[in-house]
Design a protein around this ligand. Structure first.
Ligand code: NAD
Length: 464
């Protein structure tokens, strides 16, 4: 994904000083400086999308499945576009006193099965199109897991690493205020995604609650446990990737997780917990990468040590005793299982024929393009699709929402048991479709999900 330059704090204040000056303001106490208004902003034209548009990929995946399942054209037209889209432009007072404008989004793809659910992404390359794609994938994922939700996604065009904690909190509070009329426990429930975390969810929950005048913990999931979060949410997505991969390795390849080598692209929440939970079950994690690059060791890493190293150094690169690789090299390693757990559009028509893994476990959303799917399916690679593979996160988010609504909290062993049951029951149903129809796992997963939404749409009817 091409990175665009984001205005840095230093560049921003220079441009502010040059453009605004500080004339005395009669409405401010004497000596107080008015916030300076930036001429620059983090808004970006929509033309800065990566070369493979995630939205085009999501629509093309849907078109392909619609054809294979003979979906009526009316239903396809309804599902091909998001139901609601919100774009917000909002100011944040930065540490240096200037005001910087930011742009954020929230897209709700489909509300047929219930309120929408989906992450909040803070990333400098975020686009409306990307949110549309991610919201659509969330709709399929929730339906596949039999959760009473549609899909949503949102976020802000920002590199959170460029902000201080105070600025990050200010940005989160103002963004939450801007989208507040659009979200709520019965409407749309955000969660963490790339660049956001439990602390950001706590600020979102607090801001929404302040507007209401009482605590509304069910408005977001992925919160810290102290403010209504659930046990197990932090590692749920990675553990779900491991449960699903282990089950499919066994049932379709007759292989145990103890016998496989693994490479993981992306070492954030999903990548690090996938690496750790696979390692704890006996897999050999030979390579891991983050945005700075990758590390390789044929003997395998202990991901807990790697995580401590990355926390201290800001990257896994340079881990003692490892060889350094590029992100491309990590994807192309000869391993049993490759886990893309970073961003969408990583495995494309350009590099698919260089992939040597026998299994691709999609920890990230949308990491494989339809063109790459064709090449990999021809090569006999088993792709565990994102909407199945990384669904552990939204399943445990659902448990968090249910617990918040009931103000009754379950213990961690109950959560793990329920999560494994939900993932494996749905996996069984999907494997049945694969056996009956001979389609690949992605097509089967989409078919099951879309059938559920279409049935509900027909029962409800088209309003009015
Ligand atoms: P994160 O911000 O915690 O981590 C992202 C990781 O990817 C970081 O290590 C970052 O350095 C790395 N990265 C970013 N760009 C990269 C690139 N071009 N090449 C290699 N590495 C790169 O994010 P996360 O929450 O772990 O999410 C990762 C993916 O998983 C996303 O696609 C997200 O939508 C998906 N996902 C997340 C959850 C969740 O619960 N957090 C649930 C389901 C799916």
């Amino acid at each position: 994904m091409a990175k665009n330059s984001t205005p840095t704090k230093a560049a921003t204040s220079e441009s502010v000083a040059a453009s605004n000056g500080h004339d005395a303001n009669p409405h401010l106490p004497s000596g107080a400086q008015p916030p300076r208004i930036d001429v620059t902003s983090n808004s970006r034209p929509e033309t800065s999308v990566p070369s493979v548009s995630a939205y085009a990929v999501a629509q093309s995946q849907l078109d392909k499945v619609a054809e294979s399942m003979n979906l009526e054209p009316d239903m396809l037209a309804l599902l091909r576009v998001p139901q609601r889209e919100l774009i917000v432009h909002f100011p944040v007072v930065m540490d240096e006193g200037n005001v910087q404008m930011f742009t954020g989004f929230r897209v709700q793809h489909n509300t047929t099965l219930g309120p929408t659910k989906g992450g909040i992404r803070y990333h400098p390359d975020l686009t409306l199109d990307e949110c549309r794609a991610l919201a659509m994938w969330m709709t399929w994922k929730c339906a596949l897991m039999n959760l009473p939700y549609g899909g949503a996604k949102g976020g802000v065009i920002v590199d959170p690493k460029q902000l201080s904690q105070r600025e990050l909190r200010g940005l989160t509070r103002r963004y939450t205020s801007e989208i507040a009329p659009f979200i709520g426990p019965e409407k749309d429930i955000p969660a963490p995604d790339v660049g956001t975390n439990a602390q950001i969810m706590a600020w979102m929950m607090d801001t929404y609650s302040m507007h209401r005048g009482y605590s509304v913990s069910a408005v977001v999931t992925g919160k810290p446990i102290a403010v209504g979060g659930t046990a197990g949410r932090e590692y749920a997505t990675g553990l779900g990737v491991t449960y699903t991969t282990r089950a499919l390795l066994k049932s379709r390849m007759g292989q145990s997780i103890e016998d496989v080598t693994v490479a993981v692209q992306g070492f954030g929440n999903v990548g690090s917990w996938t690496a750790r939970t696979m390692y704890e079950r006996g897999a050999t994690v030979v390579a891991v990468s983050d945005v700075m690059g990758g590390v390789y060791s044929p003997k395998g890493f202990d991901p807990r040590h790697l995580k401590a190293f990355a926390a201290e150094n800001g990257t896994v690169v340079g881990y003692p005793g490892s060889d350094t690789l590029t992100n491309e090299e990590v994807l192309e390693l000869k391993v049993d299982v490759l886990v893309p757990a970073a961003m969408e559009g990583q495995i494309t028509g350009q590099n698919a024929d260089k992939i040597q893994a026998r299994v691709i476990a999609e920890g990230a959303n949308g990491p494989t393009t339809p063109e790459a799917d064709l090449i990999l399916n021809d090569k006999g690679v088993m792709i565990i699709p994102d909407i199945l593979c990384n669904a552990g996160g939204v399943v445990v988010s659902y448990f968090e929402w249910v617990q918040d609504l009931q103000a009754f909290f379950w213990d961690e062993s109950e959560i793990r048991r329920q999560m494994e049951r939900k993932l494996l029951t749905n996996l069984e149903e999907l494997t049945g479709v694969v056996v009956r129809t001979g389609v690949d796992l992605r097509t089967a997963a989409y078919t099951v999900a879309i059938q559920r939404i279409v049935e509900a749409t027909k029962l409800r009817g088209i309003y009015p």
